[in-house]
Design a protein around this ligand. Sequence first.
Ligand code: NAD
Length: 502
Amino acid sequence: MTTTEAVTADATEAPSTFDSLNPATGEVVGTHPIHDAAHVQACVAEARVQAEWWRDLGFDGRKKELGRWRALMTRRMDDLAAVMSAETGKPKGDALLEISLAIDHLAWAPAHAPKVLGRQKVSPGLLMANQAASVAYRPMGVVGVIGPWNYPVFTPMGSIAYALAAGNAVVFKPSEYTPGVGVWLAETFLEAVGRPVLQVVTGFGATGGALCGAGVDKLAFTGSAPTGKKVMAACAETLTPVIIEAGGKDALLVADDADIAAAAEAALWGACGNAGQTCVGVERVYVDERVYDDFVTELVEQAKQVKAGPGEQVGPITMPKQMDTIKRHIDDALARGGRALVGGADAVGERFVQPTVLVDVPEDSAAIKEETFGPTVTVTKVADMDEAVRLANDTTYGLGSTVFSAKQGMEIAEKLRAGMTAINGVISFAGIPNLPFGGIGDSGFGRIHGPDGLKEFTYAHAIARQRMKPVLALTTFKRTAKAEKQLTRIVGALYGRGGKKG
Ligand code: NAD
């Protein structure tokens, strides 16, 4: 019996079920309940009970418990990787890399929570010098997490690990394509910790919608921008705060002083790794005209070595309906004057898409403007890095970005409108637990990972403690005219000087 079944065994009638399929073969790999609103509410009610126990464990107690879960997850990595590969089709090596990064975050979050969230003294300022001021970041209570399928462990764990480390209980609704991964996480948590502080609910959009309306204290959503808007609208009904981690259309910029072979390798992996189904994957490349030909030659040579198929480096497209989007983007690019140097119109098969490199694609085409989420990439020649920055920033999204340059990496990165930038590497920021992860615009808002990611699942509690009587008694009806005059004089002396132009 899963955690959630245990919680609501007699709260609702037996729910109907759905199958989880292997996208590489179409075979059924698991059958899971479609949880309804009553079940979701019962889970949130149970989470509220668990949240108190969890909060009262304190930072040290939670670190110990999360350490047990981390160790169990690490020992069973192969088992988890098998569930992930079966449900998404991703090669085992990719699954192991994803789990390793998630485990690193699961270690970082509880280890750093005391310093980031614990009560800290702050200066009371001159006017309130008689006070001792401090702030602490408290758990919100119950956090709902709604996840996608493309990185079914790494992505939701960016919210789950940080929400738990901050002292919250979590109810997790995994994607309908990867319910088995969600169940695996909740079951191993229960085995390690002994209490269902993390629960899972399974089902489709309606189950996610029910979680938005179930009275959680915060909702962390990762998925597409259109669904993010629905989640935000549903959460608005109850003034439930949200984090939205949505899609992207990330660009990689290649300057004339870049290591061309390394840039091409990064572009290829960034575009085709996980079959291109990466929110921070490389979808567009802008190359300085002085090195454009060399870059394209190198990229084409490398891309020709990479194949999609069973047992190949590029796995299947997990969501069958995505095939139409990928094909539409390639066809549109070709119909509008673009050329495919690798792959192309025939690259889209029944379950797999071959790596595709497109050049001469107009900037207003779907392949440049919309998230493709397949192993395709456009390469565009630019006069210089100013033009590259302008085109890279000309998107409604603003998630990740990449720069290749020997000397101007930082300078170019500072001009990019994106939540994250990797210089002379690709997607490197996601593996550094100290760095916040998230975007702006249609890529969403709020941050997971790092100190910002811990604070995201808390509320600030400020305390001002009077240490001694104030020199001027101002917050009383006994305030005197003399005190008011003195205040004006002090403020004038402190802030009234300077600031004039010229
Ligand atoms: P999706 O938006 O289709 O679904 C995401 C989740 O939302 C699923 O669990 C789904 O069941 C649920 N859902 C659907 N309708 C809902 C509703 N009305 N209310 C509540 N929940 C609902 O996204 P997807 O196809 O699973 O994931 C791919 C998308 O996720 C891509 O756009 C990708 O870029 C993005 N993504 C973003 C990040 C990030 O950190 N920014 C990470 C991974 C994926």
